[in-house]
Write a protein of this length. Structure first.
Length: 609
């Protein structure tokens, strides 16, 4: 640990040779501090509170060493004096005898215990910084995801991988001087560092990453880096970390970071896309075998499309036949699946071939298998085990050769535990399971899907050329949570195409009223006047929160519209929860400690004050 202390008041910014003020960078394994040095004089280093540079290092003595800065005709001379320390002082990895002096140059390392000091020219003073652990970094990342989900704030995560083993004392000075507060960085491993960019713009992130790449290069450090953006590359810590890590492993082009507006990454590049790519690869492998497949996922994620893909990639020449088990009685499902003989029941005026027999040699897709009545589960299990069917009213079984693909949005294992679904049938259907992530975790696919749906809908309506989707509209499509997944996205695009009579689909053709309600990422203050009119809905007034709680008449103005909007949302949440901070944070989906820190940041007086 390092304690920040004022070193000297007589700092000369010009320096003896006009080279500018010198700073000493003090680095421990988990904290960093840059302080100005006097043009001439001495600075003591040690654990004592009297030392201007105080080290909370158990290997440092109370008065460990003394830095000497003197002026010469050619510039400044630097010496380090060991004050009789117990564990010694090292310069360039050479021990300094107690009471002796050793000269050193800017950029050379002075080691005291686990702390390294390094004098540098023309480096600004930097407040206490830390190299956080990955555990803390991941915790902060989760907090940022929760905050962004409720406020609409975007942020970025960068991963930096060194191509060769480089001492942390060489890397950290570059991070300290290039990455300012409030951004933070952490160590993921011996050659991996990660950076969390908060409260900033994509342009600023790009600029900082370019500066970091250049500073690393100038320091002789070769590195790759990748940047993941919320929400484009994911809405969870795992998705963002996976995306950034994947970019480092498989850099494209020069490896320079791309802005969120730089286009949608392909599935192969993206962390989320890589997950879908693995699912498609599993589906391809499963298709080549005669194994039953269970597809899991929320409503509308495309389970039927994946089922057809499994059939198309298989060697089966028979038909693909689908049955939706939801909403059908046991007798109807039995008749649909197994068929019936003439006169088997009232209304059976002729023989009917069932779906299973019609699909002989092919694939039977049982959608919403979790809705199948218990009595039908037993009959289906018997069919899978014996590979025979018995139509309703028949007395002789018929052989069957089909592959079963089942799908559900339910947790079948939980259904088995509560005896709502047969365990033996679950095992039979679950030869291999494919879990499709929801669309909100596959943000990178949205631009491609939108383009496909626009072209399909335009072709069906005979509209040429298809309209384009404006960047503003695409931003809304990317930010929305899509509870209805791909099916909902398709419906939204088809609706927009009906309403749009021009060459572009703009935000006004999207169902912004619903999107704004179901996704708090939308900020009405960011919209133009016409779109504000479309999404306008009754709500609290700007001073609604002032009806309860402390006096809010003198809140400091905020120039950033996003910060102003976030503050207003916090005020409204406080008013709605009678100024209970915990309930207000919960209503916004924001961790309480983040909420409290935001109160201070935005100048909102806490109730007890």
């Amino acid at each position: 640990m390092i304690t920040q202390t004022t070193i000297m008041d007589d700092v000369d910014d010009s320096g003896p040779t006009g080279s500018g003020v010198m700073h000493v960078l003090v680095m421990s394994p988990d904290a960093f501090l840059s302080l100005p040095l006097p043009a001439t004089g001495t600075v003591d280093v040690g654990r004592s509170s009297k030392c201007p540079i105080r080290l909370e290092d158990p290997l440092a003595s109370r008065e460990h060493a003394r830095l000497h800065v003197s002026s010469t005709g050619e510039g400044s001379a630097l010496h380090i004096e060991d004050l009789g320390s117990a564990n010694g002082t090292r310069v360039r990895d050479t021990p300094v005898s107690p009471g002796d002096f050793a000269s050193f140059l800017p950029g050379e390392a002075i080691t005291i215990g686990s702390t390294v000091l390094m004098v540098q020219h023309n480096r600004p003073a930097v407040g206490l910084r830390r190299l956080w652990s990955h555990g803390y970094f991941e915790s902060r990342l989760e907090d940022e995801c929760a905050r962004a989900a409720s406020t609409g704030a975007a942020f970025a995560l960068a991963r930096v991988r060194l191509l060769a083993n480089t001492p942390w004392t060489n890397v950290v000075p570059v991070l300290v001087r290039t990455i300012p507060l409030p951004h933070l960085f952490a160590s993921y491993g011996p050659r991996d560092y990660e950076i969390l960019f908060v409260e900033t713009t994509p342009e600023d992130v790009m600029k900082l990453m370019e500066e970091l790449a250049e500073d690393l290069r100038k320091s002789g450090i070769e590195a790759r880096h990748g940047v993941a953006w919320y929400p484009r590359d994911g809405r969870s810590a795992d998705a963002l970390l996976s995306r950034a890590n994947n970019l480092v492993k498989h850099p494209s082009g020069t490896g320079r970071p791309r802005t969120p507006a730089g286009g949608s990454p392909t599935d192969a590049e993206s962390g989320n896309g890589a997950g879908m790519e693995r699912i498609r690869e599993l589906a391809k492998r499963a298709a080549g075998a005669n194994i039953n497949v269970l597809i899991l996922g929320e409503t509308g994620v495309g389970k039927d499309v994946l089922a057809k893909t499994v059939h198309r990639l298989s060697a089966r020449k028979g038909a693909f036949v689908a049955l939706n088990c939801a909403g059908l009685s046991a007798s109807l499902i039995e008749s649909e699946l197994f068929g019936h003989e003439r006169g088997a029941f009232t209304g059976a005026i002729g023989t009917r071939v069932g779906l299973l027999e019609a699909a002989n040699g092919g694939t039977v897709f049982l959608d919403e298998i979790g809705e199948m009545p218990p009595e039908m589960q037993a009959k289906l299990l018997r069919t899978i085990e014996t590979r025979e069917i018995l139509p309703v009213g028949a007395v002789k079984t018929r052989s069957l050769d089909v592959r079963f693909v089942a799908a559900t949005n339910r947790d079948l294992e939980a259904e088995v535990l509560r005896s709502a679904f047969r365990q033996d049938l679950f095992f039979r259907l679950n030869g291999i399971s494919l879990a499709i992530p929801p669309l909100r975790e596959r943000i990178n696919e949205i631009p491609t899907l939108v383009d496909t749906f626009v072209k399909e809908a335009s072709q069906e309506s005979g509209r040429e050329p298809p309209p384009s989707v404006t960047p503003d509209a695409m931003d809304y499509l990317l930010a929305y949570a899509w509870p209805g997944n791909i099916r909902e996205l398709k419906n939204v695009i088809e609706r927009a195409l009906v309403l749009c009579d021009g060459p572009e689909i703009t935000p006004e053709y999207l169902p912004l009223d619903k999107m704004r309600t179901l996704s708090p990422a939308f900020n009405v203050d960011d919209l133009d006047t016409d779109t504000k009119r479309v999404v306008a809905s009754p709500g609290t007034t700007d001073n609604a929160a002032s009806k309860l709680g402390p006096d809010l008449d003198h809140l400091p103005p905020l120039r950033d519209p996003r910060k102003a909007a976030e503050r207003q949302r916090m005020l409204d949440a406080l008013a709605a929860s009678a100024w209970n901070q915990t309930r207000a944070a919960l209503s916004l989906g924001m961790p309480r400690r983040t909420f409290v820190s935001k109160l201070e940041l935005y100048g909102i007086p806490r109730p007890q004050k």
